[in-house]
Design a protein around this ligand. Sequence first.
Ligand code: AP5
Ligand code: ZN
Length: 208
Amino acid sequence: PRILILGAPGAGKGTQSAKITEEFDVNHITTGDALRANKDMDISDMDTEYDTPREYMDQGELVPDEVVNAIVDEALNQADGFVLDGYPRNLEQAKELEDMTDLDVALYLDVSEEELIHRLTGRRMDPETGDIYHVEYNPPEDPEVEERLEQRDDDTEETVKERLRVFRENTEPVIEYYEDEGVLERVEGEQAPDEVWEDVKTTIEDAA
Ligand code: AP5
Ligand code: ZN
């Protein structure tokens, strides 16, 4: 299937995408991870304000469309089924995506702002595997893993606030856009991860 997963920062897109990838044997295409792996790539030949993605990301701003569109276009060309996470984040990107591929379903993980802040400030990443944890909700069992966990650069309180503002301003219209298109499926994201997964899985099965 061709799945889009939408949601605010911290809604659980990465967490659920990992399960989707395993269950449905699709590629996980994530602009956030792709940009983090290329934070210092030189984008100065494009008509951008900053020379690398880092400046945008560490402030919680969107990286210019031109950069992100190219990443997604290339990844889609190499994928049959996919779960697309972190894109589109504004209406221009949504229009761009329309020219690149069709979608079977657009999932929206609905979570309150208070819970989002709690999730983001407590999130930890395993730099070796990329696995996502939370100090309270989902701590690792292996003490060796626990020791090497890192916080994401943009999970500071100030940047989190700006990311949420950018989401409301730029990405909420994208959710309305898919709602109008009739492909949006709202999932209650403020349940335990396994309960969210049950709903996500059934929704995909019903749509595919
Ligand atoms: P990106 O990496 O996409 O970040 P984001 O959208 O802010 O989303 P997150 O990764 O923070 O959250 P998530 O929904 O994946 O939640 P997770 O599963 O980790 O983008 C980062 C930056 O890159 C952007 O700010 C921008 O600069 C740039 N960028 C990316 N895409 C772009 C684009 N298209 N255009 C322009 N710029 C772009 O979960 C969060 C935490 O909650 C974890 O600790 C997890 O364990 C926990 N958790 C998850 N589910 C639950 C649950 N059900 N209950 C309790 N805890 C849970
Ligand atoms: Zn993510």
